[in-house]
Design a protein around this ligand. Structure first.
Ligand code: URA
Length: 216
């Protein structure tokens, strides 16, 4: 299942426009905050699909029957670019457990790259709803590698993927490898360059959020 959150007009489209805009991108605080807001909207949309239980709550005037989330999800993100989107999800799923994964592109001399998965810090995922965030779904290679690893570590009941911008080939790659996962996208672009950048995309999300890095 793929949900394109900007298919319907909403404030989210403004924030997607801002994270793409090379002038507004110069304001790193705004770039990170916009990713966070996209994470917040995605959390709200995902919450509509999750199980809720009835609960009686004592108010100062009586008893109200409310609905509460049956169980807390596990929010996992891919370092470092995923952090602002993750924070947005955590602002709304504020009682969630959290996992962190370091997956990065290890470049070869010929320009090709492999995904290297190094640091993983996750709670037990058995039977849990797992929400993985990464701002850009480009080739999909790091997401598939991460999902496979998490499936081997535990057996999550559901896997949701939240991205700000996805490209069509990346979505197809993830759904071919992991057909049960649900992908929530802020926007979908059609082009992917040979170097694995989404066009028009927004550039390098990690650099825009946190500054450039010396390591390739
Ligand atoms: N990662 C990014 O930061 N940008 C892209 O376009 C693709 C992957």
């Amino acid at each position: 299942m793929v949900v394109n959150l900007s298919e319907q007009y909403s404030l989210l489209s403004d924030w997607i426009g801002e994270i793409r805009d090379e002038e507004i991108q110069k304001d790193r605080l705004r770039f990170r905050r916009n990713l966070e807001r996209i994470g917040e909207v995605a959390a709200y949309e995902i919450s509509k699909t999750l199980k809720h239980n009835p609960k009686d709550v004592q108010t100062p005037l009586g008893v109200a029957n409310v609905k509460v989330l049956s169980e807390q999800p596990v929010l996992c993100t891919i370092l470092r670019a995923g952090l602002p989107l993750h924070q947005g999800l955590l602002n709304f799923f504020d009682k969630a457990d959290n996992g962190f994964i370091s997956a990065y592109r290890k470049h070869n001399r010929d320009g090709s790259f492999e995904i290297s998965l190094e640091y993983v810090s996750c709670p037990d995922l058995e039977g849990r709803v797992v929400i993985i965030s990464d701002p850009m779904l480009a080739t999909g290679a790091s997401l598939v590698k991460t999902i496979r690893y998490l499936r081997e570590e535990g057996h999550p009941a559901e896997i949701h993927v939240v991205v700000a911008i996805a490209c069509t080939v990346g979505i197809e790659y993830v759904l071919r490898g992991e057909p049960q996962c649900k992908i929530w996208c802020g926007a979908i672009d059609d082009e992917l360059t040979a170097k694995g950048y989404i066009v028009p995309g927004l550039g390098d999300a990690g650099d825009l959020a946190f500054g450039s890095k010396a390591q390739m």
